[in-house]
Ligand binder design. Structure first.
Ligand code: SF4
Length: 303
């Protein structure tokens, strides 16, 4: 660990041992491509926006050693999130290398950076393993989506998704979720849009709660060891992202391994070193987003 753990890392305010996850296998390796994005959505859990440098853009030279190490650990998939991955110059090179070895998933806003690079992206069809894309379309209502992401972004995202599908790539959709929503009717609204845009009506939809912007102080119940054994089974504990995946970020020019895709705003979850070192470390469930995993089974993964 890069920080000296204090008592509150291991114990809750009431003095109970804090719940934790012991990673068991590296099935999925995520790369954060950087917090630069062409959009500036006020709700972004990464705080991404044009020119943002909280997390640096990665290069193939940054990613390759970790891709190679992950292969020795039996990784099954490489996944990429941002920021917007396609504002990163090296993105197609990185994908070409990663997809030579394993299937890849890219989370994207589907707008101009994708539409501008479709010819390069099309080359990825020739890789040994498939590359798939998850496009963020927050709400099935254009004005609601554009209110968050900017005028025209709803139309652009659907065009990007349709273009990727037309090239033969598998696509899925990420949307936002309200606590009290009627899930079936929201999904039905998306299915009508899939039909309208010539996409398969059974396109996979991944719904996310509001994770809040980076460094938010959110008052959520604390998770104890007892919570993790009383209310969760071994199978549920093994399904937490931090149990079977890790994420690489580049911060101030240095690559670091984080416990999962959701905690890169807290340095206590980052480790300098190898993936093997990171997999050996218990993950303490102290971040407010851990409560979303505990209470809702929140996950960015499609494995
Ligand atoms: S946010 Fe979820 S996956 Fe990440 S460390 Fe917390 S419990 Fe694990």
């Amino acid at each position: 660990m890069d920080f000296i753990p204090t008592k509150d890392w291991y114990y809750t305010r009431a003095g109970d041992p804090r719940g934790y996850i012991q990673p068991h296998a590296l099935q999925e390796l995520w790369f954060h491509t950087g917090t630069a994005c062409n959009l500036a959505c006020p709700f972004c859990l990464e705080g991404s926006k044009p020119g943002d440098t909280r997390l640096d853009r990665i290069t193939l030279e940054d990613a390759q050693p970790y891709i190679d190490e992950a292969l020795t650990l039996g990784v099954e998939q490489f996944s990429f999130t941002g920021g917007e991955p396609f504002v990163v110059r090296d993105m197609v090179r990185i994908l070409r290398y990663a997809a030579t070895h394993r299937p890849c998933l890219v989370l994207t806003n589907g707008t101009e950076p994708v539409l501008r690079r479709l010819t390069q992206i099309a080359e990825l069809r020739n890789c040994a393993h498939p590359v798939s894309f998850r496009v963020s379309i927050d709400w099935p209502d254009q004005s609601q989506h554009d209110a968050g992401r900017g005028e025209g972004s709803f139309q652009n995202a659907w065009e990007g998704m349709r273009a990727l599908h037309a090239l033969g790539f598998k696509v899925s959709l990420a949307r936002q979720m309200r606590k009290d929503e009627d899930r079936d009717s929201v999904d039905a609204a998306y299915q009508a849009l899939f039909a309208e845009w010539g996409l398969p009506v059974d396109t996979h939809i991944v719904a996310f709660p509001d994770f809040q912007v980076p460094h938010s102080e959110v008052d959520v119940p604390e998770i104890t060891e007892d919570c993790m054994t009383r209310y969760q089974t071994e199978a549920q504990r093994r399904a937490y992202m931090c149990a079977y995946s890790k994420m690489l970020v580049k911060e101030q020019g240095e690559m670091k391994v984080f416990a999962c895709t959701l905690v890169d705003d807290d340095a206590r979850y980052g480790v300098r070193g190898s993936l093997r070192d990171a997999m050996a470390q218990r993950v303490l469930l102290r971040h407010h987003r851990c409560f979303s995993c505990f209470s809702m089974g929140a996950s960015c993964s499609e494995l």
